[in-house]
Design a protein around this ligand. Structure first.
Ligand code: PLP
Length: 400
């Protein structure tokens, strides 16, 4: 056991605000009680605001983001359906693998890790598909492995310009609740989120936003599914109940985290993530290091994937941070292992926490052999935090 607190800077699970933790510490409840819906029904309304949808439906499946991926696919597609996916990081790769395991015919566009969604290539393939054989286009909004945020609106435009009817699937696990996301505006058909990232909760909820068009497609879907069936869920959810035992504690936590987001204001939450991420990026550039993201238009405001100098092993940086300084950073995933470490900067976060991450990253880099001047990155971030426009990041929760 170390003295002091653990510093958690992985891009999920994120730090859970004290108010959220406290709100989950309640006695067990009867999930069939007549007033159970008083707790749950408002959560649907709350999450719709975060997804920016009036028209869409939302569902919470016990599970994680990966479970919600599976629910999205198995409820709306058919075995053998052709789908179009781009592979540009660990999570988009896993999504391709899941689609293949579920017997979809996946047309994969392979691009560099560090690139964003290849809109013109997607558009070209949609344009060639005159018979509408492609049933869905899958996009990872924020590729957590590479720290790249892609432009979903442009994928919607590519579909529209080609008069293409494919469903638009979006993985929003590391963007929802932290980055701008517009389910209705971008006409997203299925969006997947998890509780343990921008929503500042423990893992355990797979969250889905589902358009009317996706529900229509669900009527003719004959994939095998049981636990993750939309119909069973929607039927019970109408009155605020679940087809099986729901994670009630997480619902209490979610109510508080939605209240926090509402009180701070979603726009302010997004602006705060941008400002904090800019501070982190100022430090990285002062170290003379580079991000995996290929271009500044792709920089993620929730996670930075940082390339270490080629004479340094990123695994040493991670080990030193953990063993010597009680701090977790994200590892380099897949081909980035040893070359990259990641700083997760999403959720319940402020300037001081970013500076802690940077000062420990700096020490760990130096101890791992990097020639970096101590204080260089921290100083650059301090400058930014002092001189950039402040974002109102305080909130007051209404008393219960
Ligand atoms: C974390 C993450 C996932 C996986 O979610 P789990 O909740 O761990 O199943 C999927 N996609 C992205 C982009 C992620 O960041």
């Amino acid at each position: 056991m170390k003295t002091g607190i653990n510093h958690l800077y992985v891009p999920g699970p994120t730090n859970v605000p004290e108010a959220v933790r406290q709100s989950m510490n309640v006695p067990m409840q009867d999930m069939r009680a007549p007033d159970y819906g008083d707790l749950t029904l408002e959560l649907f309304t709350g999450i719709k605001k975060v997804l920016r949808t009036d028209k869409g439906n939302v569902m919470f499946f016990p599970g994680s983001g990966t479970g919600a991926w599976e629910a999205a696919i198995t409820n709306t597609l058919n075995p053998g359906d052709k789908v179009l996916m781009a592979r540009y990081g660990h999570f988009s790769t896993l999504w391709v693998e899941m689609a293949q395991r579920l017997d979809l015919d996946v047309e994969v566009i392979d691009i560099a890790w560090g690139a964003g969604v290849p809109v013109s290539e997607i558009s070209r393939r949609l344009g060639r598909d005159a018979d509408d054989e492609i049933k869905a286009v899958f996009v990872t909004h924020n590729e957590t492995a590479t720290g790249v945020t892609s432009d979903i609106a442009s994928v919607r435009r590519a579909l529209d310009e080609n008069f293409h009817d494919a469903l638009l699937f979006v993985d929003g696990v590391s963007s929802i609740g932290s980055l701008d996301f517009q389910m209705d505006e971008w006409e997203v058909d299925l969006v997947v989120a998890g509780s343990q990232k921008g929503l500042m909760l423990p893992a355990g909820l797979g969250i889905l936003g589902v358009s009317e068009k996706a529900l229509e497609a669900a009527k003719s879907s004959n994939m095998r599914r049981a636990y993750f069936d939309f119909d069973d869920m929607l039927q019970m959810n109408k009155n605020g109940y679940w087809p099986y035992t729901p994670p009630t504690q997480l619902f209490h936590g979610l109510r508080t985290s939605l209240n926090i987001i509402e009180a701070e204001g979603l726009e302010n939450v997004i602006a705060r993530h941008k400002r904090l991420a800019e501070g982190i990026r100022h430090a990285i550039s002062a170290w003379g290091l580079e991000l995996v993201a290929e271009h500044k238009s792709l920089y993620s405001d929730t996670v930075s994937a940082i390339r270490v100098p080629n004479y340094v092993d990123a695994r040493d940086v991670l080990r030193i941070a953990y063993e010597d300084f009680n701090t977790s950073f994200g590892s380099g995933l897949g081909p980035l292992n040893g070359k990259v470490f990641r700083i997760g900067h999403l959720g319940d976060l402020n300037e001081g926490m970013c500076l802690t991450a940077l000062t420990i990253a700096e020490m760990s880099l130096v101890r791992a052999g990097a020639s970096i001047k101590l204080g260089a990155g921290v100083g650059a971030a301090q400058e930014w935090f002092l001189n950039s426009a402040h974002v109102n990041s305080s909130y007051t929760l209404a008393a219960e």
